[in-house]
Design a protein around this ligand. Structure first.
Ligand SMILES: NC(=O)c1ccc[n+]([C@@H]2O[C@H](COP(=O)([O-])OP(=O)(O)OC[C@H]3O[C@@H](n4cnc5c(N)ncnc54)[C@H](OP(=O)(O)O)[C@@H]3O)[C@@H](O)[C@H]2O)c1
Length: 313
């Protein structure tokens, strides 16, 4: 089956029988992914550090979809114990979609570390999601057609991984380290699909990116986000090439729900890969290089201390 030509971002296929977990669903693009999946009828698990922020997000979703089925699980991606504990909090016997959305982008030096001494953007964006996939793999395998959707970025297009310095110890630049952490995530997403195919698994791994999505172009949501008038006016020229976070969620939601999407595909916005309705994109060679991905995978196993007995490392 090929991806549906008539995909309508505002008329999604019914997803009442699906359960999806969205990381970072309390804010930004992740919030809108949760809102759109809930409107389609899916049970949505909002994985977020702050229970209060998750409650606000759930209240906002319920104000639009009163019968939304929502839950919060605590998750701090930079804390391996928190990542491992997600499975204990989930209380589900299967997971149809796991959406790796949460992320941080630091603007300035100095290089920051998590509590385990790992560079913070690489640890949060890549290593946390890498480990989370491993812990949730049995629940994904228990679904009839489980999917992992990894949220990448255009920032990864111009970057290359330094496999001898994955955590930018030698040469830290905040923007470059962010781009490399997103490239690591995308490389992982494509490699995961290759490994799933080799195992003849029914689970798919898809990579999606939101284009360029600004808060100032994002529709307001009570208690969550409302760009001031000055910010909205200042952002008007940007609308020609960029979009809000509601639209940034579209390729991710399509990657999670379109029955025609295949594993190993890359989805993003149609116009300049920055804004608009979702479409499939060619995968840049450096993002899907198997040799780089194999070395990254081995390093990620070491850095996360994940359990080889689960067949992941
Ligand atoms: N916006 C864009 O133009 C753009 C472009 C390309 C790619 N992306 C990617 O899209 C995704 C979402 O971006 P966004 O613009 O929506 O970002 P955002 O508005 O800053 O939201 C980031 C989300 O990630 C969560 N998060 C951060 N650190 C976390 C941690 N240690 N554990 C758990 N959750 C954590 C945040 O939770 P808190 O509220 O607790 O901080 C928040 O929910 C990211 O992966 C980003 O790299 C965005």
């Amino acid at each position: 089956m090929s991806a549906s030509r008539t995909w309508n971002v505002r008329r999604l296929p019914a997803a009442r029988d699906r359960t999806a977990l969205v990381t970072g669903a309390n804010a930004g693009i992740g919030y809108f992914v949760a809102e759109q999946l809930a409107a389609a009828g899916a049970t949505v698990v909002l994985a977020a550090r702050s229970a209060a922020k998750a409650e606000t997000a759930m209240a906002s979703i319920r104000s639009r979809t009163p019968d939304a089925r929502l839950r919060h699980v605590p998750l701090d991606l930079a804390d391996p114990a928190s990542v491992k504990a997600v499975v204990d909090h989930l209380d589900t016997d299967r997971l149809d979609a796991l959406i790796h959305n949460a992320g941080i982008a630091l603007d300035d030096p100095p290089r920051r570390l998590d509590a385990y001494g790992r560079e913070l953007m690489f640890a949060t964006n890549h290593l946390g999601h890498f480990a989370l996939t491993q812990w949730l793999a049995p629940l994904l395998a228990a679904a009839p057609a489980g999917r992992v959707v990894t949220v990448g970025s255009f920032a990864a297009r111009s970057e290359r991984l330094d496999l001898d310095d994955l955590q930018s110890v030698q040469d830290y630049d905040a923007k470059r380290s962010y781009g490399r952490s997103k490239l690591a995530q995308m490389s992982f997403g494509f490699e995961l699909d290759r490994r799933l195919r080799a195992l003849d698994s029914g689970v798919l791994s898809v990579v999606a990116h939101p284009g360029g999505a600004l808060d100032s172009l994002t529709p307001p949501r009570a208690g969550l986000h409302a760009a001031g008038r000055a910010a909205r006016v200042a952002a008007l020229p940007a609308r020609a090439v960029l979009q809000g976070k509601e639209a940034g969620a579209w390729p991710i939601v399509r990657a999670a729900l379109d029955p025609g999407v295949r594993g190993g595909e890359l989805w993003g916005p149609r116009v300049f890969k920055l804004r608009g309705v979702p479409r499939r994109e060619p995968v840049p060679a450096h993002m899907a290089d198997p040799e780089t991905a194999t070395r990254l995978w081995a390093a990620s196993c070491e850095l996360t201390g994940t359990d080889p007995h689960l067949g992941f490392c």
